[in-house]
Design a binder for this molecule. Structure first.
Ligand code: COA
Length: 159
């Protein structure tokens, strides 16, 4: 079990570890097709282990964090670091724990991890109508930039 990187009352954040496939599955099973479309721009209704393994089993260029409410997994965030020192964010929170600060805590923890790796910039793609992510991004100080084909780009300088 990897160590806790952030804790607030019952909520804790830790790195994804091998053996977390069941936790990732638990979170995905508590999201709707629409949620998953917001995250992946595909409905991703196929939740087999092969499809979920990419969120658990990845190389050193990816940072993955899981959020727990007590012992229950409630959300995850990943950052894919590119060769230019920028990282792309992906985040999803179980439908039954929204608006309790899980997404915010996950991304704030991810930002700490990325700064420790000297990553210069975080960016994210979200559907133009994804009001929840737009509000969360604003709260984090991310700037909404171009909207292309209905997809908005958000950026945050980490220096
Ligand atoms: C976007 C998402 C991750 C937010 O997770 P969350 O845990 O509910 O967000 P938080 O509780 O941490 O919200 C933090 C702040 O963001 C803003 N916010 C989050 N969701 C919001 C919503 N639905 N409406 C308005 N503001 C919202 C608020 O300012 C909120 O603070 P407040 O509750 O004190 O007002 C979640 O809705 C989700 O998983 N959506 C589906 C996947 C997705 O869209 N991913 C983004 C693309 S990668």
């Amino acid at each position: 079990m990897s160590h806790i990187v952030r804790q607030r009352e019952q909520l804790s954040i830790r790195h994804v570890a091998s053996g977390d496939l069941k936790h990732v599955r638990h979170i995905f099973e508590r999201t709707t097709s629409e949620d998953r479309y917001c995250r992946f721009f595909q409905f991703k209704d196929e939740l087999d282990d092969a499809a979920l393994l990419q969120f658990v089993d990845f190389g050193t260029g990816i940072v993955g964090l899981l959020a727990f409410d007590g012992a229950t997994p409630v959300g995850m965030a990943h950052a894919w670091v590119d060769e230019f020192g920028a990282a792309e964010l992906g985040v999803i929170v179980s439908g039954d724990v929204r608006r309790r600060g899980v997404g915010l805590m996950l991304i704030e923890s991810l930002l700490d991890e990325l700064r420790a790796r000297a990553v210069q910039e975080l960016f994210a793609y979200a559907l133009g109508e994804n009001a929840a992510f737009a509000a969360l991004a604003r709260r984090l100080g991310m700037t909404r930039q171009s909207v292309e084909d209905g997809v908005a780009t958000f950026r945050l300088a980490l220096a």
